[in-house]
Design a protein around this ligand. Structure first.
Ligand SMILES: Nc1ncnc2c1ncn2[C@@H]1O[C@H](COP(=O)(O)OP(=O)(O)OP(=O)(O)O)[C@@H](O)[C@H]1O
Ligand code: SF4
Ligand SMILES: [Mg+2]
Length: 343
């Protein structure tokens, strides 16, 4: 069997804070295959950006991977130095569009100069080819071509992020990791970017990791997804499986909270309560206080992320819930609160 393209294995990340250690990501595991579009979803603060930063070596100074592995094409990359990571992975292999990416552009260099420097390090493209590519990317993200020679400070915040998206994509990298890119792009531009991705995917089998709190974007555009809650992976599997057959209560409720073409007149519910903070090695389910289907057992055990019966050999479907094999149904008569009964 071929190695997955990108793999997180039991990844735990902690931040040092004035209140002690905060475990932002706990034992997270998932794999992304070549050519796959992978969506990482969950509410604000659940650890999405932390996982991405850990994978890409961009954790804040007070953050640290305390256990687990990250593999790219089978090779462990969690211990690479910044220099090795920049030389071997950044831009051409894994390109990263960070959340709120304004600080990622070099303020002292014009955008086209930055493009030339990146391309010269990683490819043998001519200056004309580089310019042509970056101009085309400017067009795709909705910036005027004539502005490729501007300095970052000449752009607004949103435009800077678009310029960064252009830089992240112009070398046609193997994986694009985009953390909430849609905040910078309106719907038309998102469409153009996705069309461009489809185009480069045809030649390059490009993969994407799309981080968002909007599950409907993932349902529309990804092949596989992980749903995170309180720093843990609640459920992971193909988008079709998680849409049609969600096994973790959080996934069921999250899906209910978004509009569904099948029930256009339905009121949207909300997921009550907040996730617990600062959980390290806990011995209970972190969703227990929000879960309509919680039983006593859920307070005594931390459910591991395990295969569900709908896993196939090619696409595992895993969930971390003690009741993952039961048919848990939302009570539609009482939809606004999304409290449910077991059918
Ligand atoms: N540098 C830091 N120092 C201390 N705590 C941090 C730091 N960065 C993130 N955190 C904490 O780690 C947790 C996860 O944060 P993270 O940014 O990964 O969440 P997120 O899922 O990306 O949220 P959002 O959707 O709002 O971007 C949060 O509790 C956050 O407060
Ligand atoms: S383990 Fe229990 S509390 Fe946790 S999600 Fe499953 S049913 Fe709910
Ligand atoms: Mg984030």
């Amino acid at each position: 069997m071929t190695e997955p393209l990108l793999e997180a294995e039991d990844l735990t990340v902690q931040y040092r804070t004035s209140n002690g250690l905060l475990t932002a990501v706990s034992d997270a595991s998932f794999t992304i295959e070549e050519g796959q579009y992978f969506g990482l979803v969950g509410e604000s603060g659940c650890g999405k950006s932390t996982i991405i930063k850990a994978i890409l070596g961009g954790l804040d100074d007070n953050g640290r991977i305390t256990s687990g592995k990250i593999k790219y094409r089978g090779e462990e990359i969690q211990d690479l130095s910044d220099e090795e990571r920049n030389r071997e992975l950044r831009w051409k292999e894994i390109s990263w569009i960070p959340q709120g990416s304004m600080s990622s552009l070099d303020p002292l260099q014009r955008i086209d100069e930055q493009a030339i420097e990146i391309a010269r390090t990683h490819t043998d493209l001519s200056k004309e080819e580089i310019r042509e590519r970056i101009e085309r990317m400017f067009d795709i993200v909705g910036l005027q071509k004539s502005r490729v020679s501007d300095y970052p400070h000449q752009f607004s915040g949103g435009m800077q992020q678009r310029a960064l998206i252009a830089l992240a994509l112009f070398l046609k990298p193997a994986v694009i990791v985009a953390d909430e890119p849609t905040t910078a792009l309106d719907v038309i531009m998102q469409d153009q970017v996705f069309k461009y991705l489809d185009e480069i995917k045809e030649d390059h089998d490009t993969s994407m990791v799309l981080v968002t709190h909007d599950i409907s974007v993932v349902f529309e555009s990804c092949d596989k997804m992980a749903i995170m809650h309180a720093g843990q992976v609640a459920e992971v599997g193909s988008v079709v499986e998680l849409f049609d057959n969600p096994r973790h209560p959080y996934s069921i409720l999250l899906q209910e909270a978004f509009p569904d073409v099948r029930y256009p007149d339905r009121d949207l519910g909300i997921i009550e309560g907040n996730p617990p903070q600062n959980m390290g090695n806990v011995d209970y389910c972190t969703f227990v206080d929000r879960c309509p289907w919680a039983v006593d057992e859920c307070r005594k055990n931390s459910p591991p992320l395990e295969s569900t019966s709908s896993s196939t050999s090619t696409e595992p479907h895993l969930a971390s819930c003690l009741r993952k094999e039961e048919e848990l149904k939302v009570d539609r008569a009482n939809e606004r609160s999304l409290r449910g009964d077991v059918s």
